[in-house]
Design a protein around this ligand. Structure first.
Ligand code: ADP
Ligand code: MG
Length: 728
């Protein structure tokens, strides 16, 4: 009997939900471990508070002397909450978060010690960064990296550590993390969007991008997960036969949340409340043991931090409940994968959601202006948007008939389509008073009513307008939201900037009224960007053909999807908006290619090991049992034995066939890896892994899965899909 698997199953069957003490009002817990505005007012001097508040609002620098006051207030607060250490918390390009803890404790030199946290330690640190990916930046510039405080994301206490959100940059100023370009993109979109919003409301002085993510994940019992080296090391199963019953009955989606899972969710939510992460929604997802969690939306930088933080917090809380959190986009073949919808909008400091139609025609023209510009931005940069969500793991999901395709398109619903169709007919040049009245009354003026009953949400669209926000649905569950958010905000910033120039030109040169000019430019944009709009079934084959005709990209694999990141246009775009320079862009591109090749390399090694060390020996053991059986039959029946051993002999031969196939295909895969490993160029190497190594996985898996069906269940060492997915 395969001891480990059955031991794990026994452990799982005996588990009870962990008891969770929950306060009746979550609002009382909210933000209790966050150094937020109200705490700052309490622990900081007036001057120090003002300095932080200004830095948050305008990005102004914090003076070194003031930093001393801030750090001292922060330390006092953190120690009162039981914190003993502090860390600069940042998001290196590995996709997770990094932290190095330092104690507040310092010796005084006279044999004594004090608790200290100076302004310098708050503002800047130098982590030993040599192990973080840098795409050659540090080598080129001989530069070291440092972390610097980002006051727009408040410090928080996690466990007994005060965590200070920081950016991570090289000494020559190049970004080495996700946050730095994101902050620059948010600044760019603020600038462009504020200028455009001023057409409609002079009082607007800042525009914030908002993000509400929805995180999908699987929970697998930790004992069961421990029996699967593939799940442990690569985050997904590399083999495993489909269970007899999957998700086809939808009974999980509509069923109640299982009690052990609910205990985990409540525990997680309590921690989130303390950390100021405004989680609101929890539910079962389509696949068995798949779930979703979503907060109320926040300013994008904070929302990105909160998502990075929660992915970490989930793992820690899950340990307590004997679960492994699986964030991979496709942990189980044939079973629904996980995504992370990014709900995104733009909001002004006057409290207006720029993607929410208002009560007056002018407000609606504002809505249409942003709406149309965003569609145009997506059209012009669809390939870059696709690149922002490319990864080895997300490749399994995009275009797999359960998730948006690798083709980017925009869904807006039939009513808004009708509005844009009307706007397309607007007169070229100055509008007559009648036309304007007609437009205001019957087109622009009708929008709020339209949206209320716009219920035809298209679930197959990668980029859908959903009433008062756009929803980017192709983002991967494992991904840091910063990449797609950086691209989206950059391209919208650029588009709005160009729009402003064009409108101003018509006003100045053609002596047009402001709204005439806006209508004229919008009309052209609507025409120009029509090809990106698609209301049909994004999962269908017909769309692939249609998209090709329209000239839209369909980059199914990461190496080809990433190409656009270093095109001349992309570099021009990022440099113009000051989001990234050429060095940073190229470094990032290389890091992503390297990461892609590494992921496939790791998967290949794991699959090879499992196939040769687990599957083949098990198959041989079973075959030996059969051989013994056949020998026994022969002893009894002599020359007539075949009549009674026919099936056994057939299985023996089948097992041999699969063993031979697995062994030779693993050998071929190893050879292909050896060749790929010789390649120096990052892109060529990624392509080799994609085209020459990865295809072997399916072949090897096919034979392993066939053996799983043949071999005695008692002997099979790897926990099966039905056990991973239906035990909880
Ligand atoms: P679902 O996609 O599951 O149907 P919804 O479409 O209702 O869910 O999306 C809800 C998500 O949208 C929530 O995470 C919410 O915070 C987010 N959201 C709502 N308004 C905005 C906004 N103005 N900006 C960004 N996100 C928003
Ligand atoms: Mg959604």
């Amino acid at each position: 009997m395969s001891t480990l698997r059955f031991e794990a199953l026994k452990q799982t069957f005996n588990r009870k939900p962990v008891k969770i003490e929950e306060p009746s009002k979550r609002s009382e817990l909210f933000g209790s471990n966050v150094f937020n505005t109200s705490v700052m007012k309490q622990f900081l001097t007036k001057e120090a508070y003002k300095s932080v508040a200004d830095a948050i609002k305008t990005g102004s620098k914090i003076d070194r002397g003031v930093a001393e006051h801030i750090s001292s207030g922060m330390k006092q607060w953190a120690m009162a909450k039981g914190a003993t250490h502090y860390t600069h918390w940042f998001q290196p390009l590995t996709g997770s978060t990094a932290e190095k803890h330092d104690a507040f404790f310092e010796t005084t030199g006279d044999g004594g010690a004090i608790e200290k946290f100076g302004g310098g330690a708050l503002v800047q640190q130098e982590p030993d960064a040599s192990s973080f990916p840098n795409g050659g930046i540090r080598n080129t510039f001989e530069a070291r990296g440092y972390t610097a405080w980002d006051p727009t994301s408040p410090a928080f206490i996690w466990g007994t550590t005060l965590c200070i959100p920081t950016v991570f940059v090289s000494y020559t100023g190049e970004a080495l993390d996700y946050k730095t370009p994101l902050l620059r993109a948010l600044q760019a979109v603020d600038q462009s969007a504020t200028a455009v919003a001023k057409y409609f409301d002079k009082n607007v002085s800042k525009v914030n991008a908002t993000l509400g993510w929805e995180q999908e994940y699987f929970l697998i019992d930790s004992a069961l997960a421990a029996t699967r080296p593939d799940l442990q090391l690569s985050g997904r199963t590399l083999l495993g036969h489909a269970p007899a019953k999957g998700q086809q009955l939808d009974d999980h989606y509509f069923g109640s949340i299982p009690s052990r899972i609910l205990a985990f969710m409540r525990d997680l939510e309590i921690e989130c409340m303390k950390l100021g992460i405004p989680v609101k929604t929890r539910h079962n997802e389509v696949a068995p043991n798949q779930f979703e969690l979503a907060p109320i939306f926040e300013e994008a930088n904070l929302a990105v931090d909160h998502n990075s933080l929660i992915m970490d917090v989930m793992g820690k809380i899950a340990e307590k409940h004997h679960f492994k959190v699986v964030l991979h986009e496709k942990p189980f073949a044939g079973i629904n994968g996980s995504g992370k919808h990014n709900n995104w909008s733009l909001g002004t400091d006057t409290g207006t959601n720029l993607l929410s139609p208002g009560s007056t025609p002018m407000k609606n023209l504002q809505f249409l202006t942003f709406f149309v510009n965003i569609i145009k931005a997506v059209y012009e940069n669809e390939e870059l948007l696709r690149a922002s969500i490319a990864s080895a793991s997300n490749d399994h999901r995009l275009g797999a008939n359960e998730a948006p395709p690798a083709i980017i398109s925009v869904f807006i619903g039939s009513q808004l389509t009708a509005v844009l169709d009307e706007l397309e007919k607007v007169t070229d040049g100055k509008l007559s008073p009648q036309e304007k009245t007609e437009l205001k009354l019957n087109v622009v003026g009708k929008i709020p009513e339209i949206l209320l009953d716009n219920t035809d949400r298209n679930r197959t669209s990668p980029f859908a307008f959903t009433g008062n926000k756009f929803e980017f649905r192709a983002v991967g569950s494992l991904q840091n939201c910063a990449s797609p958010m950086t691209v989206l905000n950059t391209i919208v910033a650029k588009q709005l900037k160009d729009f402003k120039v064009e409108v101003d030109k018509l006003i100045k040169e053609k002596k047009m009224k402001k709204d005439d000019a806006i209508f004229n430019i919008l009309r052209e944009y609507i025409k120009d960007s029509k090809k990106i709009r698609f209301e049909g079934d994004g999962y269908g084959e017909a769309w692939e053909k249609e998209a090709e005709k329209r000239g839209l990209s369909n980059n199914k694999k990461t190496p080809e999807a990433l190409k656009v990141q270093i095109s001349e246009e992309t570099i021009k775009l990022y440099e113009e908006l000051e989001v990234m320079n050429k060095v940073e862009i190229e470094a990032r591109h290389e890091i992503e290619l390297e990461e892609y090749a590494m992921r496939i390399q790791i998967e290949g090694r794991i699959l090879g090991d499992i196939a040769r060390n687990h599957v083949i020996p098990t198959a041989i053991r079973y075959q030996n049992i059969l051989i013994k059986n056949v020998r026994g039959i022969k002893e009894i029946y002599a020359e007539h034995y075949k009549k009674h051993a026919d099936e056994q002999l057939d299985i023996i031969e089948k097992v041999s066939g699969h063993i031979a196939a697995i062994n030779s295909k693993v050998g071929e895969m190893i050879e292909a890896r050896k060749v790929a490993n010789q390649i120096e160029d990052a892109e060529e190497k990624a392509v080799a892994y994609c085209n020459d190594v990865r295809p072997h996985f399916d072949e090897i898996r096919y034979h392993c899965d066939k053996l799983e069906l043949l071999v005695d269940d008692e002997l099979w060492p790897l926990t099966k899909y039905r056990e991973l997915l239906f035990t909880r």
